[in-house]
Design a protein. Sequence first.
Length: 100
Amino acid sequence: MCLGFPMEVLSGDDAQAMCARKGETTAVSMMLVGAQPPGTRVLVHLGSAVRVLEEAEALAIDAALEGLSAALSGASFEHYFADIIGREPELPEHLRGSGK
């Protein structure tokens, strides 16, 4: 399983940026997303920023990762997924039938 993690850009340029997550700082390739201003959240996978994130999406990903960690350790995890508990899953538009 491959995971991407939200990180915050601290400084950098088109090629590389220093990014932080949970108190740890690391160099991240910015070749796929270009230079981003400090404070921007990016999704980092295998040392590369693959996409710029809105704050709400970064927080939702962080909550899901915390929930996964809690579930794997046997702790209560449902509260991390409050946005999806109690609703039916929805298929993306391109996977829905035409209904004809």
